[in-house]
Design a protein around this ligand. Structure first.
Ligand code: M6R
Length: 608
């Protein structure tokens, strides 16, 4: 996720040093390029490149820039590859206005065409670059700088945290925010703007949090904020932050995993921004292929399983999901009529890369869904969808799982529409559910937290448990069990519920916890039978089901998690997995383990 910082120092020209150190403390957010712009003696100098801060600093000597006002940025690529041109800050044609941005400007291509027609020259592929050119346009029309900035911002659709400096106004930083965080830091002889509090905590603890549609400027001893929606000046009182820098990186959460669980509503909302063209392009490959094979490892494999079930629901052709490390040995049918979809959060998993290379040799069309732009899997694919989940730091995948299922759901609906399995109206309704599902995700997390915490006390004392589901409930069961074993070290088996009587049931004894995934679909009646079967042998059922579903009566109220209705059961992994992530998290905490550092595991597994 991109990071922004801006700073003005009074009586010092070492602003670049502050920017560099602040950007260093934003590194945990993940990025692929970095840059700073410093204003001095009526000129703006920009130094930026793809790569990590240390590397770029060594190459360009970022710290060597002299000046008392500047902005800096770490970029997580969304529009345009990681490169020197695409790194922020971006300049206008005159080189006197520099802008850094987090978020996505949705109407950038219209704005870009309009500005290009007026003679503006663009140097990058980014959405951000329209902003300095829009400001430049306002200045050409004779507007004062702040008015030009305000008019530029009012033309933007999408999300933004923006900072701007201008050679003509060397004692101010201009800022605006909508749907991307931005805070201000106040000090006696300095002031700061940044996307994330930890970046400036070593300089000041007096922080002003901006709200949506806030816009204004800051200087040393000067602050102006107004709200574009309220159309009025606003006062935002500073708060004194007492957290440590480490706690601040986690946004006040004790662990990245919990933070990322709570980020899922935002990640899902952002993920809806995957472009229609991109989805359509990949869906066309899927529809044109004779067979489709989804491959991945671990959590991403569970997302593939959900994706395969969704596609099978609509398309009449062989579609399957396979664990990537098995592909070379199971030798599934792959030829030039096969569409292979590799799903990977990191985009670097060696097992998945090897399977892709194997499939390519057999002539398959190699497609992928990744969360990291420019990753190896991205680069080696014929076509890729890059998700908008934002970087995931916790080793246990949480928000990337729900974003993967969300992406595959959008893909399945698009493929169904292209193939004629769904008409335009039906597809539209499902797409609306997918656009709105982030709200339900927030609701599920709010409702589940206390229950998960108290149930965790029970799980923490058990050696073993089952997670059972059928059909689209199975990937959720497998993922719930994986979370429990990998961070809480409680042996957990995810199993097809119908298969559980063919062996696993032998383990069940008094009080043995069994989690049932029960979306309201054709599997529900069968799951009811499985609950009875297990309960009769002394199991303690934990049930995840829809609001008002009588299945919940098979257990005590504190052992049932309720999911808001109104969403296709095919999308159920997105919502039904959320209580299970929380349950695993709190079980790990109760057992005294650090969920961010599970033993023997790495975030990215780049060996076979
Ligand atoms: O980066 P990938 O999605 O390719 O990683 C695959 C697995 O290693 C990963 O999903 C792993 O299972 C999770 N971190 C577990 O939570």
């Amino acid at each position: 996720m991109c990071g922004i910082v801006g700073c003005i120092l009074q009586g010092s020209s070492e602003v670049a040093k502050v920017l560099r150190d602040a950007l260093k403390s934003l590194e945990y957010r993940g990025y692929d390029s970095v840059g700073v712009a410093v204003c001095s003696e009526g000129r703006i100098t920009v130094k930026k490149d793809a790569g990590k801060l240390e590397e770029v600093d060594r190459k360009l000597n970022l710290r060597g820039l002299k000046g008392s006002v500047g902005i800096g940025h770490t970029r997580w690529a969304t529009h345009g590859r990681p490169s020197q041109e695409n790194a922020h800050p971006h300049l206008d044609c005159t080189g006197t206005i520099a802008v850094a941005h987090n978020g996505i400007i949705e109407n950038y291509s219209e704005l870009r065409s309009e500005l290009a027609a007026r003679g503006h020259v663009f140097r990058s592929e980014t959405d951000t670059e329209v902003v300095p050119h829009l400001v430049e346009e306002g200045l050409k029309r004779g507007l004062p700088l702040y008015e030009a900035f305000k008019q530029a911002v009012s033309r933007l659709e999408g999300s933004y945290a923006l900072v701007m400096i201008a050679a003509s106004s060397p004692s101010r930083i201009y800022f605006a925010r909508k749907d991307s965080p931005l805070v201000l830091g106040l000090a006696k002889k300095a002031c700061y703007v940044c996307s994330d509090i930890p970046a400036i905590l070593s300089y000041t603890r007096d922080i002003v949090t901006l709200r949506n549609y806030d816009i204004g400027y800051i200087g040393v001893g000067e602050l102006w904020i107004e709200n574009l929606k309220l159309k009025a000046p606003v006062k935002r009182a500073p708060m004194r932050v007492t957290w440590s820098a480490e706690a601040a990186q986690k946004g006040g959460y004790p662990h990245f995993m919990l933070k990322e669980i709570h980020e899922q509503p935002t990640a899902l909302r952002e993920n809806s921004r995957i472009s229609r063209e991109q989805l359509e392009k990949m869906a066309k490959h899927v529809v044109d292929a004779d067979n489709v094979l989804l491959i991945a490892a671990g959590t991403s494999y569970h997302a593939c399983l959900a994706g395969a079930i969704q596609l099978l629901n609509y398309l009449r052709k062989p579609i399957s999901a396979m664990i990537s490390s098995e592909v070379q040995f199971m030798k599934p049918h792959i030829d030039s009529r096969t569409a292979l979809i590799a799903v990977s959060q990191s985009g670097e998993t060696m097992d998945t890369l090897k399977a892709m290379r194997y499939a390519r040799e057999m002539g398959a069309k190699v497609l992928s869904i990744v969360n990291v732009f420019g990753s190896t899997i991205h680069r080696e694919s014929d076509d890729t969808i890059v998700m908008f989940a934002g970087p995931e730091i916790g080793v246990a995948a949480t928000k990337t799982f729900t974003a993967q299922v969300h992406t595959l759901s959008m893909l399945a609906v698009k493929a169904a529409e292209l193939s004629g399995a769904l008409d335009h109206g039906e597809a539209g309704k499902l797409n609306m559910q997918l656009r709105e599902i982030w709200k339900a995700a927030g609701e599920v997390i709010r409702r589940s937290e206390i229950k998960a915490k108290s149930l965790a006390e029970y799980f923490a004392r058990r050696h073993s448990c089952f997670y059972l589901g059928r059909g689209i409930g199975l990937p959720t069961a497998l993922e719930g069990a994986l979370k429990m074993k990998e961070i809480a070290y409680v042996h957990a088996e995810g199993y097809p519920a119908g298969e559980s009587k063919h062996g696993p049931i032998a383990l069940v004894e008094e009080g043995f916890p069994v989690v049932f995934i029960a979306p309201r679909d054709e599997t529900r009646a069968k799951i009811a039978g499985n609950i009875e079967e297990m309960s009769a042998r002394g199991a303690k059922p934990i049930i995840v089901c829809e609001d008002g579903d009588q299945l919940a009566e098979y257990t005590q109220p504190d052992c049932a998690f309720h999911i808001p209705p109104g969403y296709s059961p095919l999308f159920s992994p997105i919502l039904y997995v959320l209580p299970l992530q929380l349950l695993a998290y709190y079980t790990a905490i109760t057992r005294g383990y650090d969920p961010d550092k599970p033993r023997n595991l790495a975030k990215s597994v780049t060996v076979e």
